[in-house]
Design a protein around this ligand. Structure first.
Ligand code: NAD
Length: 344
C-alpha cells in the first residue's frame, strides 16, 4: 500500500494558501494548514488547521511533524502583504520586513533542526516570492518592462516588500546549498480571483476595480482609478497559479521562476474589461497622488515554458468575469446581512 502524501500549508487562511489546500486535498494529500486566521470566505478543507503565529519559533517547531515524521511538502505562503495601498506607502515597511523575514527564517531553521534530529532530509519547501523583487530601472517603460529571471541583479526593488522577498529567496537557496534542504521558489505576478481580499485596504487592483464597478448602479457612473491608468501590469488567475506551483513542486527545477501571465494591459484597460463584464458605463476619476509601484510590469514566461512546459491559458477577461461575479455576490450577501442586523 502506498503511503498518503502529506503537505503543510503556511498561510492557509489566505487567498493563495486556501486555494492550495483545496487542490492538495483533491489530489489526495493529508494537509495541515497554519495561519493567524481561518479562511475568510469558505471553510478550510485542511484535515487539521492550526491558528497560530509563525513568527513564534515554538509554534513553528510544533507544526513541522505529523505522527512523528516530517512532511513531504511545505508550501510557504504566509507573509505580511497587500496591494499598492499597503506595500507602497512605506507606512508598513518595518512590519512587512520583520514579520515576513521572521516567518521564513523560523521555517528554515526549525526544519533544518528537525531534519538533523530525525536523520532525514525529505521535506521539500516551496517559497512564494514576488515580481516586486525585480529592479525598478527595468520597469520604467510601461510598454517594455524587463522581468526575465536573470534581470534581478544588481538588485534594486522599489519597495521594502520586494527587498524582503529577495532576501528570503536567498535564504532558501542558502539552506539548500549548505544543508541540502530541497526547495523551489516562484516569483508570482499579480494573482487574482475569487476568495481574494476585495476590500479593507489590502486588496489588489483587479479586486478593487471589480468592487468599485460592482458598487455602481446598473446605469453606471464614475470610479476612482489610481494614477493616470497608463501604468501596465499582467494578472494571473488563481487556478493557473495553483497549477503552475504544483508542477514546479513536482519537478526537479528549483527556480527562481516567474509564474504569471504575459497578457500585459494598462490599468485603464483593466477598468474597461471590468466595465464590459458588468455591462455598465464606467467613467474614470484619476487619483494622481495614489501609491502606484513601478510604471510597467509583465511576466516573462520563457523559463517556465522551457522548464515546466506550463503557460497561462486564460484571458484576463475570463478571469475578471469570474472575479466580478464572485465580488458582486459578496457585496449582495453583505448588504443582506447588514439589513438583517438593522432589523433585529
Ligand atoms: P494573503 O495575505 O491572502 O495570505 C497570506 C496569509 O499569511 C494571510 O492569511 C495571513 O494571515 C498569513 N500570515 C501573515 N502573517 C502571519 C503570521 N505571522 N503567522 C501566520 N500566518 C500569517 O496573500 P496571498 O495573496 O495569498 O499571497 C500568498 C503569498 O504569495 C505571499 O507570500 C505573497 O507575498 C505572495 N505573492 C502573492 C501575490 C499575489 O498577487 N497575491 C503576488 C506575489 C507574491
Amino acid at each position: 500500500m502506498t503511503q498518503q502524501k502529506t503537505a503543510l500549508v503556511l498561510g492557509a487562511g489566505g487567498f493563495i494558501g486556501s486555494h492550495m489546500v483545496k487542490r492538495l486535498i483533491q489530489e489526495g494529500y493529508w494537509v495541515r494548514g497554519v495561519d493567524l486566521k481561518y479562511p475568510e470566505f469558505s471553510e478550510t478543507m485542511a484535515h487539521e488547521f492550526v491558528a497560530g503565529d509563525l513568527r513564534d519559533q515554538t509554534l513553528v517547531e510544533s507544526i513541522l511533524t505529523v505522527n512523528n515524521t516530517s512532511f513531504d511538502q511545505i508550501y510557504q505562503f504566509a507573509a505580511d502583504m497587500g496591494g499598492a495601498g499597503y506595500i507602497f506607502t512605506d507606512e508598513h515597511s518595518a512590519d512587512i520586513m520583520h514579520n515576513s523575514a521572521s516567518i521564513n527564517l523560523n521555517v528554515l531553521d526549525r526544519q533544518k533542526k528537525l531534519n538533523d534530529s530525525l536523520g532525514v532530509n525529505k521535506t521539500k519547501i516551496f517559497y512564494s516570492s514576488s515580481a516586486c523583487m525585480y529592479p525598478e530601472r527595468n520597469q520604467l517603460d510601461p510598454n517594455n518592462p524587463d522581468c526575465r529571471e536573470e534581470s534581478a541583479y544588481p538588485a534594486a526593488p522599489d519597495s521594502e516588500y520586494g527587498w524582503e522577498k529577495l532576501f528570503s529567496e536567498r535564504v532558501y537557496f542558502a539552506y539548500n546549498r549548505n544543508y541540502g534542504i530541497p526547495i523551489c521558489v516562484a516569483r508570482y505576478h499579480n494573482i487574482f480571483g475569487p476568495e481574494g481580499t476585495w476590500d479593507g485596504g489590502k486588496e489588489k487592483a483587479p479586486a478593487a476595480i471589480c468592487r468599485k464597478v460592482a458598487l455602481l448602479p446598473e446605469v453606471g457612473g464614475g470610479i476612482e482609478v489610481w494614477g493616470d491608468g497608463l501604468q501596465t501590469r499582467s494578472f494571473l488567475f488563481i487556478d493557473e497559479c495553483i497549477e503552475a506551483t504544483r508542477r514546479l513542486m513536482d519537478s526537479d527545477f528549483m527556480g527562481p521562476v516567474n509564474i504569471g501571465s504575459e497578457e500585459m494591459v494598462t490599468i485603464n484597460e483593466l477598468v474597461k474589461t471590468a466595465a464590459s463584464v458588468s455591462g455598465k458605463v464606467v467613467t474614470k476619476l484619476h487619483k494622481l497622488d495614489a501609491p502606484l509601484g513601478v510604471r510597467g510590469r509583465n511576466s516573462n514566461n520563457d523559463l517556465v515554458r522551457e522548464k515546466l512546459g506550463w503557460d497561462y491559458s486564460q484571458t484576463l477577461e475570463e478571469g475578471i468575469r469570474k472575479t466580478y461575479e464572485w465580488i458582486s455576490t459578496q457585496i449582495t450577501t453583505r448588504k443582506l446581512a447588514e439589513r438583517e442586523l438593522t432589523n433585529v
